[in-house]
Design a protein around this ligand. Structure first.
Ligand code: LLP
Length: 438
């Protein structure tokens, strides 16, 4: 099982910059993101602060749509809200035509709040509660991806009780190794997700016979941060076989949800080749006359967001530690998955001075609170600013307030201007809703 560190030697600062066309280096303004000086954002809003690039998100959405269209695929993009559910970001993708993929009632209501039509939402997840299913059905949700016989029975009861027809797909577990980190692989038989292929035909027929259900097809999602089309090809071929099998049994199969998982380059390497991905879809399921759905999260928002932090101090023991004012509370991917995130200084001069190894850490009282080990970086005295790259997906969304650290602010950069989209939480906000008994 591959881990989530990058492959090959770590890229230097210049290569990291070069691989990200939305970043530029200005002699006086320093590092700029979508034409906005990151120093000016830090000055105005303080650190740590999330910065998102609207232009890069749009560019990525359009590139995926174009790759799918180039293969003549009738595929609709459902943005995976879990990657970053900020209303401003959901609104941006809605304007481009995206639907949403959600995994909780909270995410569904977020998508609704951002104006995404209920029938443009797909609901996945291994444990949807009765209350969640009821609320989603009553609101007219587009499709529910069912992950077990137990859930199917529950859904039939709820839908008939409400007097509605639930549009359902069965999520098939294709037992395919996505070649990604163990904590984000989902398509192996040993994972908790989906229904074993062997059980699908009987369950599909059962679904068609139950009141309140309208089975329309299958769903597949094999994991996240997938960099090769090969596991997709295997999983989609199994999906195609199942579609043919179900149709031969006389079942109506009109839709196939292909899941998310498109991987990005966290270093200077490219992400999953979109043209190859789309060609894989066409080759495996393109000829079946199905309505297709894709559910990307990370691909759309990951590279289009970064976390700006200030150096609190540099500490020298046997090692050099650069202690930032950002921590695992903001970006927990390195602590949780040993994920590699590029770190760039903001001063132009820092790109041409000598570098030496440093551990980049946060102030939280856990040794896991580390962003990087032995990273080649220039001297970073107190007050110096750095950008943690590719943090737009599973960054803010997985953040916490551990150690009584208020949530960071976030800013959306668009065509040279930056707008505050989340004010920094105040320290008092942390206990504002707590009740002192007596
Ligand atoms: N659809 C389903 C059913 C999913 O479970 C997921 C992600 C997606 C779509 C979107 O996957 P994406 O395109 O973003 O790879 N926190 C981890 C990632 C967890 C992904 C969970 N499921 C990380 O930081 O790497």
């Amino acid at each position: 099982m591959a881990d989530m560190t990058i492959t090959g030697p770590a890229p230097d600062l210049a290569s990291l910059l070069k691989a990200r066309p939305f970043l530029s280096l200005d002699e006086t303004d320093g590092l700029c993101f979508e034409g906005v000086s990151l120093k000016s954002i830090a000055m105005q809003y303080g650190t740590p602060v999330w910065v998102y690039g609207a232009g890069e998100m749009r560019r990525r959405y359009r590139a995926l749509n174009a790759a799918l269209a180039a293969q003549d695929l009738p595929a609709h993009i459902h943005y995976a809200v879990k990657a970053n559910g900020h209303l401003a970001i959901l609104d941006l993708f809605r304007r481009l035509g995206a639907g949403a993929d959600v995994v909780s009632l909270g995410e569904f209501l977020r998508a609704r709040r951002a104006g995404i039509a209920p029938d443009d939402v797909v609901y996945s997840g291994v444990g949807k509660s009765e209350a969640e299913l009821k609320a989603a059905l009553a609101a007219g949700i587009g499709q529910i991806n069912v992950e077990s016989a137990e859930e199917l029975a529950m859904l039939s009861g709820i839908a008939s009780g409400l007097g509605v027809q639930a549009t359902v797909a069965l999520r098939m577990n294709p037992d395919v190794d996505a070649g990604t980190h163990a904590k984000i692989t989902t398509g192996l038989a040993e994972n908790k997700f989906g229904i074993a292929a062997a059980d699908i035909p009987a369950l599909y027929a059962h679904a068609a016979s139950l009141p309140g259900l309208r089975p329309v097809g299958l769903a597949l999602h094999i994991g996240s941060q997938i960099l090769s089309p090969t596991p997709y090809a295997t999983a989609y071929a199994k999906g195609a076989d199942m579609v043919r099998h179900l149709r031969a049994q006389g079942q109506n199969v009109e839709a196939l949800d292909l899941g998310g998982g498109i991987g990005i380059g966290y270093g200077a390497e490219p992400g999953l080749d979109l043209a190859a991905y789309a060609a894989t879809i066409r080759r495996t399921v393109g000829g079946l006359g199905l309505r297709l759905m894709v559910e990307p999260g990370r691909y759309l928002t990951g590279p289009a967001g970064l976390l700006l932090a200030s150096v609190i101090l540099q500490k020298h023991t046997q090692k050099r530690f650069v202690v930032l004012d950002a921590a695992m509370t903001e970006l927990m991917r390195p602590a949780l998955y040993e994920a590699w995130h590029g770190i760039l200084p903001l001063d132009a001069a820092d790109f041409s001075v000598p570098v030496s190894p440093a551990d980049v850490v946060g102030p939280v009282c856990e040794s896991a609170d580390s962003f990087a080990e032995n990273r080649a970086l220039p001297d970073l005295p107190p007050g110096r600013l750095v950008a943690l790259l590719d943090a737009g997906a599973y960054g803010a969304e997985m953040s916490s307030t551990y150690n009584a650290r208020p949530r960071a602010a976030s800013v959306l950069a668009d065509a040279g201007t930056a707008r505050l989209i989340t004010p920094r939480q105040s320290i008092e906000d942390l206990w504002a809703d707590e009740i002192l008994p007596g």
